[in-house]
Structure formats: structure tokens, C-alpha cells
Design a protein around this ligand. Structure first.
Ligand code: SF4
Length: 384
């Protein structure tokens, strides 16, 4: 089995952004965070211990080479809390020397001392939500930081010796023009992060932004404009030496996210914390209780936090997840692993998608085209 990744969910934020549908609560007090960290540590310590869980868990993997703190805003954790969690992981898994340890952060939530402490504890990579460099847009999104805070955060990260930094930016925000997006990209590139995650805005039903659009207070996103933004982004970032390796992810050579890549190559990832998802690497996915308080209660009384478990069609998932990657699917390797020819199986659909210029076959790899990246859901529908 490949080495596994470990994901830790930290469900606390300073405030709720208008577009967000992640499992996260507004940070109320330090006590709630402390209780949550204790539950998280207990869940890790119980990993693989069938007596503590009502459902079977995946076998223990050979080792772990990536650890990812996501959220929420993990940078609201103190260094003492981070250390407790890392110790619990090291007590349960064999963590590789030089493992990639990523911490998601939000601007204006960290100080130089905190960052130095995280770095000393072994955090190797920082991923933070810049989203836009326009203060009016940040305000409209309900974010509690300014563009100046983003610039200051990257300076602090560099001073604290972080040499692998990623930003998230969102394109297609309400009222954002192509020029605005170009300015955002230029601002981001000027800060020379090693990695960029560039997303097109998605509207999730139960969010304040969806309500603002329904009531006409914000305009509906313009799909054609979003497509132009995506194409501009591909041009700009590749001109600066970044390589697209997945639909929304770009990096300087060698700085791809090893942890996130595990999701696309179906390597095992074990998730801890409320709403965390896991995959055992062999065909079983399971996920935890989403509600923070319920999750803590389940752990405190010694129950399993797992609320959903399913066996997946691994050949189908390998196809559509493989297509997310720029290198596409190695057709020979696919046939060797699953025992059938992917092209022959989906011959008519693949011909249709080729005619629509959404996919292409080159060097025995099946890949999305640039147009295919934009309309990827239409392609994925064939394989699920
Ligand atoms: S900071 Fe991130 S996780 Fe928190 S509310 Fe905003 S988008 Fe959601």
C-alpha cells in the first residue's frame, strides 16, 4: 500500500464568509477549542481500535508522509495544541522523515512567534486564503482581513522560514470584471508563492451568498466571463513558470501539494475531526459526524464518530479523478490495474467528447483539453 496522508479538520473561524459551506463554526471561546482538540487527540489514539468503534476501520497503513490541517482556520490553534495533535499522530502512525505538513491559515490570524513555533514543530507548508486583493470584494465576502494583511502574512511566513507557501484565489466573484481578475492574478504572482490554488466561484445553496443572489442583491455569476477568467489565468500563471498539475492547482516545479495529490491518485487518507472524510486506499470511504458539538460528545462517550461508510467503484473513481490531473490517465497502467480497456468500454462517449474538444488522447494518456477543464463535470458524468 502507498504511504498514507492524515487530514485533521479544525472547524473554527473568526467569522463566516458569505460563500462558505464548509463544516466550520464561529470561534466562540478557547474552552470549546480545547475540548475539540482533546476529542481529536482521542480519536487519533483510538484509530484502528475496533473496540472503540461500532464499525470496522481500515487496516493500519505502512506509514504516513503527509499531514494536512484544514478547516476552518487551523491557524487559530495554539502551538501547544498543535504539538499535542502531532504527538498523537506520531504515536499512532509511522511518520516519514521530511513528511509534508501543511497548515491552512487565514491572513491576520497569525503572528511571527506563532509561525516560528509552527515551523519548529515541523510544519513545512502554509496554505492560506487570500481570495482577492480587492478590499471591497473581501468585505462583500464577509472576510475579516484586507489585502494588506495578505501581503503582511506572506512576509511573516518568509521571515519564519516558510519556503513552501500556497495562496487560494477565487475568480468570478459578484461584480468582478476581467480586469479586476487580472489585477488579482498580478498581485498574487508578484508575491511569488510556490503554489497557487485558483478556483471559480461556486454558489452553494444554504449560504448567505446564494440568498443574496436569489434576492437580487448580488448578480448571478456570468459563465462566459468565468471561462475568460480561467483562460486568462492559464496564460498568466504559465508565463510566470507555474505548471498546472490539476484543474485548479498550479505550482513551481517540485512544489505540488503531495497531500492533495493523494486524493486524485486514490492513495489512502485518514481524516480526523468533525466532517473529516477518509479513504482506506482499497475501496472504502467513510466520513465523520459534521456537527462539532455532536462529534465531541460522540468521542467523549467512547462512540464512533463515523456516520457514513461506503464501498466505492474504484475503477470509475480512478478514471474521473485521474482526469482532474493535467497528465491525465495513463491508459496502459489503467488497463493493467483494472483489467479492461477504458477507451473500449466508453467508446461512443469518448468519441463524442473528443468531437466536442473536451478530451484528447496523446501518448497513450487520456486528458482533458483546456475547454474540458472548464466543462469537466460533463466529462466526469461519463465515468461515474
Ligand atoms: S475562512 Fe474559510 S473555512 Fe472559514 S468561513 Fe471563510 S471560507 Fe469558510
Amino acid at each position: 500500500m502507498s504511504e498514507a496522508g492524515v487530514y485533521l479538520h479544525v472547524p473554527f473561524c473568526r467569522s463566516r464568509c458569505s460563500y462558505c459551506d464548509f463544516a466550520t463554526d464561529v470561534y466562540k471561546n478557547a474552552e470549546i477549542v480545547e475540548d475539540y482538540v482533546s476529542a481529536l487527540v482521542k480519536e487519533i489514539e483510538n484509530f484502528g481500535n475496533a473496540a472503540n468503534f461500532s464499525r470496522p476501520l481500515a487496516p493500519r497503513p505502512t506509514g504516513v508522509d503527509t499531514i494536512y490541517f484544514g478547516g476552518g482556520t487551523p491557524s487559530l490553534l495554539s502551538s501547544v495544541q498543535l504539538e499535542k495533535i502531532l504527538k498523537a499522530i506520531e504515536g499512532k502512525f509511522s511518520v516519514a522523515a521530511g513528511a509534508e505538513i501543511t497548515m491552512e491559515m487565514n491572513p491576520a490570524t497569525v503572528t511571527l512567534d506563532t509561525l516560528k513555533a509552527y515551523r519548529n514543530l515541523g510544519v513545512t507548508r502554509a496554505s492560506f486564503g487570500a481570495q482577492t486583493f480587492d478590499d471591497a470584494e473581501l468585505k462583500r465576502l464577509g472576510r475579516k482581513h484586507t489585502a494588506a494583511d495578505v501581503r503582511e502574512t506572506i512576509e511573516l511566513l518568509r521571515t519564519a522560514d516558510f519556503t513552501n507557501v500556497s495562496f487560494d484565489l477565487i475568480a468570478g466573484l459578484p461584480r468582478q470584471t476581467l480586469k479586476d481578475w487580472e489585477r488579482n492574478l498580478n498581485e498574487a504572482l508578484a508575491l511569488q508563492p510556490e503554489h497557487l490554488s485558483l478556483y471559480l466561484l461556486e454558489i452553494h445553496e444554504a449560504t448567505p451568498l446564494a440568498e443574496q443572489i436569489r434576492s437580487g442583491r448580488q448578480p448571478l455569476p456570468d459563465e462566459e466571463l468565468a471561462a475568460s477568467m480561467y483562460e486568462l489565468m492559464l496564460e498568466q500563471v504559465s508565463a510566470q513558470g507555474y505548471r498546472q498539475y490539476e484543474i485548479s492547482n498550479f505550482s513551481l516545479p517540485g512544489c505540488e501539494s503531495k497531500h492533495n495529490s493523494k486524493y486524485w491518485t486514490l492513495d489512502p487518507v485518514f481524516g480526523f475531526g468533525c466532517s473529516a472524510h477518509s479513504f482506506d486506499g482499497a475501496g472504502v470511504r467513510y466520513s465523520n459526524e459534521r456537527d462539532t458539538a455532536k462529534y465531541v460528545r460522540l468521542i467523549e462517550v467512547g462512540d464512533s464518530p463515523i456516520v457514513h461508510r461506503e464501498e466505492i467503484e474504484i475503477a470509475a473513481e480512478a478514471a474521473f479523478l485521474g482526469l482532474r490531473l493535467s497528465k491525465g490517465i495513463n491508459l496502459a497502467a489503467y488497463e493493467k490495474r483494472f483489467g479492461f480497456d477504458l477507451i473500449a468500454k466508453h467508446h461512443d462517449d469518448i468519441q463524442r467528447l473528443e468531437d466536442l474538444e473536451l478530451i484528447k488522447i496523446a501518448d497513450n494518456h487520456l486528458k482533458l483539453t483546456v475547454k474540458g477543464f472548464l466543462f469537466s463535470n460533463e466529462v466526469f458524468a461519463v465515468f461515474v
